[in-house]
Each structure stands twice: as C-alpha cells, then as structure tokens.
Write a protein that binds this ligand. Structure first.
Ligand SMILES: Cc1cc2nc3c(=O)[nH]c(=O)nc-3n(C[C@H](O)[C@H](O)[C@H](O)COP(=O)(O)O)c2cc1C
Length: 440
C-alpha cells in the first residue's frame, strides 16, 4: 500500500492541507447538495434534482454487438438507485474499431434497443426510489491511441506522434496518422451515434475529449499538419465542429463534453500545460475553449485532467498503484487538491456554466464535507464520483440523508477497478462487490 496513510478525521485532513500549503474547501452544510440545478438548452429547461453526478465508468460488460448485458443493467440500477440526479453513462464507442476493449459499449442499430432499455430502466429505478427524474448523458468516444477492439490486440489510432506517449506505448515512429479525410468521416460517425442516443431517450450527448483518447489527443496536436493540427483553432476544430453538428442535426439532445483541461504531458504534445514545465498547468487555452463551447450552446461541462494510462495519479489519486504501471510517489492529497483546484479555476472563469469535477475518492469517508464545500463555495456546481459509484453507489443518498459515508462501504482507492480494466475484464469494485468482480 501507499507510504501515505489515509486521513482519519476532518481535523487531520485540515491540518494536512495546512502543512502541505493546499486548499480544499470543507462545509457541513449538506443542504447545498440537495438543491436542484436548472439550465436551459434551446429554450428547454433541464432540471437536475440534486448536485450529485455518477461519473462515467467503463464497465466492459457489453454483449456481441456492443449492447448492455444483464451485468450492465445491474450496474446502472445500482447507480440510479443511489440518489444521484445526473447519470453520465460510460464511454460508448461510435465505431467498432474505436473501442478500447472488445466488451466496451458500442452504440449502433443492433444495440440501440438495449441502450434504450437501459436508459429507461435507470430512469424508472430512480423515479420509484426517490420520485425524481434523473438526467442522462451518454458519453460518445473514440479510444484513439488506446483502441483495442479485439481482445489482446492493440490497434492504436493516432493523430500525432508524441515524443512522450509513443515510447510509453511502443508506437513506432513510422506508424501512420489518421488523415484529415478520415477525421471528417469520423464526425459523421459521432452524429450518427448521437442520433441513436436521442432515439434511446438520453437527455444529453457527451463528445468525450479527455483522458488521452482521440479527441483529447487532437486538442494537444501541436505538431500535426493540416486543418486539425497546429493552431488553437485547428486543434479544437474537431470538437467544435462535431458539437455544432450534433446541436444542429440532433436537436432533441443537449450537447456537452467531458473535457481534459490539463493533460500533464510535456509540450508540444499535451493540452493545458505550461510550455516550460508540464508539471504546471496553464489554463489559458482551455478557458478560451470553454468560452467557445459555451457559444456553441454547451449548457453543462464535465471537467477533468490527466491520462490514466500514463499519469494515473493526476486523474485518480490512489492508495495503491495500478498493477504494472509506474508508481509515482506523490502524496494522494496533492493529487486530490490539484484536481479540485483546476476545476475551480475553470468553473470560476464561467460561473454561470454548471461544471462537474472528480478525483476525490482517496478521501474515503471524508468526501461528504468536501463535496458540500466544493458546491457551497462555487468551486464546481455539481459533485461527481467515479470509483465510489462502483464501491458505494448509495453514497449520494447517505450524504444527503445522514451527512456522512460509511467507512465500511467506501472506495479504498486500491486501483482494483483499473486493474480489472487493464486485464480486459468487466470492471467494478473488487473489495465491496467481490462476488461479482475479481481480478483474474
Ligand atoms: C474503472 C474505471 C473506468 C472509468 N471509465 C471512464 C469512462 O468511461 N469515461 C470517463 O470519462 N472516465 C472514466 N473513468 C474516470 C472516472 O470517471 C473518474 O474521473 C476518476 O475515477 C476519478 O474520480 P474518482 O476519484 O471519483 O474515482 C474511469 C475510471 C475508472 C477507475
């Protein structure tokens, strides 16, 4: 386990923050988390019943055509039955070769019925248990550099060669880049998948641009030539054009993005980084991009950082490193504070645009006052949980009703769910849900 022990009380958390010169707001006013949040999209009012979000978590349990299976239904019933008002459905490939795993969700004409049933089931579980209407967003993805559509066979799709990531992932220097024509055609695949998402009943569609996957790589494609690389305008073109097309061609869903604002990958291969020192963030371009996304009509933004395949301590601070990954000896509290402070900076650059962050699971049962502190102080409008949605799906309900989380149910940030992912197994919590999930 980590050389950095878990913190056992809010006092200990506060004194550790002070010792390290970090800031994370705490509050015991849990009522802010119960407040509904309303935003408008195309003159339609969308109301989230509370401030909790189930962040997208790839389950890798789909059937032959990419459709949700019984195990997927169990996951989403647990998420919906836990009390969060917004369910951000996991990374769902827009094409078969865009999958990061042979069992990743893939939305197409053969799988759409099952997606519709999953959305409907999630909605009805929440309605029955809490009387509220959830808002559902489907995350659409192309796995880019991390594509692995056939079990055990890596099939990277890249848009630029990276002086950092190519070596880390054994990509040869003559490996071909996706062409501009292929990227143009990929936009059509996103629009087609968004049409299916609308037919399936999803409220929103996320054009995923994070965690090192294809669209995130484009944002930092400084060295690429042509219309999708080089300048800020070119690097952001794919995301802006795809969002605009989905907005115009699929008017019944709202458009959004889970957006990496800091890749923590050396310039000129990473987005949102200080050009002289990639360990520092420079949010000038991400803020410019958020302004443009807002002009396109994005009414809600999911803000994230890092690349889980390369620097997972940025994206999901942990107590135990992912098996086989480089172990960074960073105090996880620094990682949690980095994530929430970056989200704060983006949120406060556009206070009227509701935003969500993540990355707090390592805090275990100290999450509740942090969640309340973040929302109360305007560091983010909503509070998102990833790993705790697997470990402790009822945590939103417990925080809202008791102001606390049960230490025996919390995520232990053991990286077991990511280990499952790397082993190409269905993902879930290997500690709290071990009858269903075991590392092979
Ligand atoms: C097993 C696993 C699967 C994930 N799948 C997705 C995904 O499909 N899409 C995405 O944007 N993030 C994904 N994430 C990232 C989480 O949504 C979240 O940002 C991260 O775990 C940090 O938040 P936490 O501390 O609340 O867990 C995944 C994380 C894990 C551990």
């Amino acid at each position: 386990m980590s050389t950095f022990p878990f913190l056992k009380s809010y006092d200990e958390l506060q004194s550790e923050l002070t010792r390290l010169g970090l800031e994370i707001p705490l509050s015991d006013d849990f009522s802010v988390l119960a407040e509904p949040l309303t935003f408008c999209y195309r003159k339609k009012t969308v109301t989230l019943p509370n401030r909790f979000v189930v962040q997208p978590m790839e389950g890798f349990d789909s059937g032959q055509n990419g459709e949700p299976t019984e195990l997927s239904f169990r996951r989403y019933e647990r998420f919906a039955g836990g009390g969060a008002g917004l369910l951000w459905f996991e990374a769902t490939a827009v094409l078969p070769n865009a999958r990061s795993n042979s069992q990743q969700f893939w939305l197409n004409e053969k799988s759409a019925d099952r997606f519709a049933a999953l959305e409907e089931k999630s909605r009805s579980v929440a309605k029955k248990r809490f009387g509220h209407d959830i808002i559902s967003v489907l995350q659409l993805t192309h796995s880019g550099r991390y594509s692995k559509p056939i079990r055990g066979v890596r099939a990277p799709v890249i848009v630029q060669h990276s002086g950092v990531l190519d070596a880390a992932h054994q990509i040869p220097s003559d490996y071909p880049l996706m062409t501009d024509d292929e990227l143009d055609q990929l936009q059509d695949a996103y629009v087609a998948a968004a049409k299916w998402a609308a037919k399936c009943g999803f409220d929103g569609v996320d054009i995923k641009s994070c965690h090192g996957y294809l669209l995130n790589e484009l944002l930092g494609a400084y060295t690429r030539e042509g219309k999708y690389g080089g300048s800020f305008e070119n690097r952001t073109r794919f995301l802006r054009e795809t969002l605009t097309r989905v907005r115009d061609e699929v008017p019944s869903v709202f458009v959004t993005s889970r957006l990496n604002v800091y890749d923590a990958v050396k310039y000129p291969w990473g987005f949102g980084v200080d050009r002289d020192d990639y360990r520092k963030w420079d949010l000038t371009e991400p803020k410019q991009l958020v302004t443009l996304l807002r002009e396109i009509g994005v009414p809600l933004l999911d803000v994230t950082i890092g690349n889980p395949y390369f620097n997972p301590h940025f994206n999901r601070p942990y107590a135990k490193p992912i098996r086989g990954a480089v172990a960074y000896n960073e105090n996880p509290l620094i990682g949690v504070a980095r994530f929430v402070n970056i989200v704060k900076e983006i949120q406060q650059s556009q206070p009227d645009l509701p935003m969500i962050g993540a990355g707090t699971a390592w805090l275990r049962d100290l999450v509740p006052k942090v969640a309340a502190g973040i929302v109360k102080n305007g560091w983010a409008s909503l509070f998102g949980q990833g790993r705790n949605s697997f470990a402790y799906p009822d945590s939103p309900y417990d925080i809202l009703n008791q102001g606390k989380m049960n230490l025996k149910q919390v995520c232990m940030a053991c990286s077991g769910c990511t280990d499952l992912m790397r082993a190409e197994s269905p993902t879930g919590c290997v500690l709290r849900d071990r009858d269903y999930y075991r590392i092979p």
